[in-house]
Design a protein around this ligand. Structure first.
Ligand code: F6R
Length: 605
């Protein structure tokens, strides 16, 4: 997805913009550009390609202490130098970078062309540059000109704008696409993602939808949709630049898989109570009476977040005995859901910016639903929109494929289920069992990670298959779904996930030597049934890679993981599948951290 960086202060803007853009590379993009204001003129460079390509064409003297930069992911118009941002007004006075989509761009373009404006690019963004340029003639404030221009726009945007006539000023605005301000010492930054800021400052302010901000070296002012000034409290982010380095690993994906003993420990830290065997979740903002009042739990999220929600629903049903289910937020938001007062809604998001999930939360709030967020990114849009929630504290996830956020979300659900269970019928003994199980997870994950070489060799063995089937029963089913998702997104090997019980109702037709099966076979009440299914697959000459708690000769290959409590086993069973997908992708020479066609956070519809 596109990225924005802006700077105003005493230093040269260009190196700061390039560094910020580099930090946003992980989100995926096809072109990059910067504009700086110098001596009441704009200097611009933009290229199709990487930030390194942009740096290569920057002249040694590219002075200017106010500037904006962008990485573009093409939507309107092909990736090209011309379509790359920033886009300029015809008189080269205004420069704009934009994330999001302007839905009425064609109509605006026609109108402006009718008035004699010449367009250079095919982008929707260029209309903004011309609209601001027209408005700035009629007002003596850039802020007002941007506000006027945005009034004609239908769609979503995060924008940053500079005016050659106003060095020392950047205006940013947000509607549906994130903008975060970074507060420095006599300098200000803005970006679409905290990642671009952490090298320079930890003090940030998130803009709300409809807000606009004016940045100058000595500070910032924010304004709501009604142009009234808004009061903002800066947040301190605890993410570090080290989170955005590969730290000696070949890929972020492997680094983030390997971090999980630590990230799970951070999700649990300070939240387990050994005296009463309960979980302390201070951010829920609910008293015990309210916590007891819910009759149902509905969980929403997208992609891997949704699959972790399926694990969460299972945990809540098992431990709290409240009916719970998970649904893709991208579907939920469109089907006019019935919102009930006695249902607790839980939204999951690593980025906190996924548009489908945000829109679903907003729909729930409009209808009076009580929504908790399980979110990794502190202060993100989804976190702000929810009534309360649980932060994962897993640190930023850089690789496009989610791993550590997935397991931390499952662990956060275990805490929530324990909390909901202990104000209901879950006994202290069962509470203790779950607390002990959760505490054991980090060491057990370390043990799984020692098997990396074994898993690598299996990934090499199976990577050439045209497709793979992933199966699991009950607790194993979401694990199978996430395993298939990981494999297909990073290795592009076709992978299907099915409940093992459904195999004979259709997909068994696919089984044969060409379609190996990854079977999730935990040592739980489903063990015998799962072993019978393995027999059925073998009878059709299907090859089997089993992931479970003990070896079986029903499978061709086995990955054995340590046993935890039945309810918590899905967290551990997921980890070999992450390593399997990673090594399959490496074996096939894929762009592991930035798989084709995917972006880290999907902030568009
Ligand atoms: C899969 C993956 C995606 C995300 C999904 C939701 O590896 O990364 O499926 O899980 O786009 O993203 P967040 O959690 O940021 O809302």
């Amino acid at each position: 997805m596109c990225g924005i960086v802006a700077y105003v202060g005493p230093k040269d803007a260009a190196p700061i913009l390039l560094e910020g853009l580099q930090r946003l590379e992980y989100r995926g993009y096809d072109s990059a550009g910067v504009a700086v204001v110098a001596s009441k003129a704009l200097k611009t460079r933009k290229v199709k390609g990487r930030v390194a390509d942009l740096a290569a064409v920057m002249p040694a003297r590219f002075k200017g202490t106010t500037g904006i930069g962008h990485t573009r992911w093409a939507t309107h118009g092909v990736p090209s130098d011309v379509n790359a941002h920033p886009h300029l007004s015809s008189d080269e006075r205004i420069a704009v970078v934009h994330n999001g989509i302007i839905e009425n761009a064609d109509a605006l373009r026609q109108r402006l062309e009718g008035e004699g404006v010449k367009f250079l690019s095919e982008t929707d963004t260029e209309v903004l540059a011309h609209l601001v340029s027209r408005a700035v003639e009629e007002t003596d404030s850039l802020e007002d000109a941007v506000r006027r221009a945005l009034k004609s726009v239908v769609g979503t945007y995060g924008i940053a704008v500079v005016d050659a006539q106003r060095p020392g000023e950047v205006v940013v605005a947000r509607l549906g696409s994130p903008i975060v301000l970074g507060i420095g010492e006599k300098e200000m930054f803005a970006a679409s993602d905290v990642a671009a800021l952490v090298r320079y400052t930890r003090q940030v302010v998130h803009l709300e939808d409809g807000e606009l901000a004016v940045l100058k070296a000595d500070g910032f002012h924010t304004f709501g949709g009604d142009a009234r000034e808004t009061a903002k409290e800066p947040l301190t982010v605890d993410w570090e630049t080290a989170n955005y380095d590969t730290g000696g690993y070949e890929h972020y994906l492997l680094k983030e898989i390997s971090e999980q003993p630590d990230t799970i420990a951070r999700t649990l830290r300070g939240r387990l109570d050994d005296r009463f065997h309960v979980a302390h979740l201070g951010g829920l903002n609910m008293d015990a009476r309210e916590t007891r009042s819910f009759k149902r739990v509905k969980i929403i999220g997208c992609g891997s977040a949704y699959y972790s929600g399926q694990i969460g629903a299972q945990l809540i049903e098992e431990l709290a005995r409240i009916p719970a289910d998970a649904e893709p937020a991208s579907e939920f938001r469109y089907r006019s859901p019935v919102v009930e007062a006695d249902t607790l809604y839980v939204a999951i998001s690593q980025s906190g910016e996924t548009y489908d999930t945000l829109a679903a939360v907003q729909e729930l709030k409009r209808k009076g639903g009580r929504v908790l967020g399980i979110v990794n990114t502190v202060g993100s849009a989804i976190a702000r929109e929810c009534d309360g929630g649980v932060y994962l504290h897993a640190g930023p996830e850089v690789s496009v494929a989610s791993t550590k956020a997935f397991t931390s979300t499952a662990a956060a659900f275990a805490l929530l289920a324990l909390h909901l269970g202990r104000v209901r019928d879950l006994s202290p003994a069962d509470g203790r069992r779950i607390c002990e199980g959760l505490r054991a997870l980090p060491d057990q994950i370390k043990e799984i990670l020692t098997q990396e070489e074994h898993i690598r060799s299996l990934a090499h063995k199976y990577a050439a298959s045209p497709g793979m089937m992933f199966i699991g029963r009950v607790r194993g089913y979401p694990v199978a779904r996430e395993g298939a998702q990981k494999l297909k997104e990073v290795s592009y090997v076709h992978a299907e996930a099915y409940p093992a019980s459904e195999l004979k109702h259709g997909p068994l037709a696919l089984i044969g030597p060409e379609m190996p099966t990854v079977a999730i076979v935990p040592d739980d009440e489903m063990l015998d049934k799962n072993l019978t299914t393995l027999g059925e697959i073998r009878a059709r000459s299907g090859r089997i890679l089993m992931v479970g708690h003990r070896e079986t000769d029903q499978a061709d290959d086995c990955i054995v993981v340590p046993k935890n409590q039945n309810e918590l086993d899905p967290i551990l069973l997921s980890i070999p599948l992450q390593l399997f997908a990673y090594h399959a992708a490496v074996a096939l020479g894929r762009d592991v951290d930035k798989p084709r066609n995917l972006a880290k956070s999907v902030t568009v519809e």
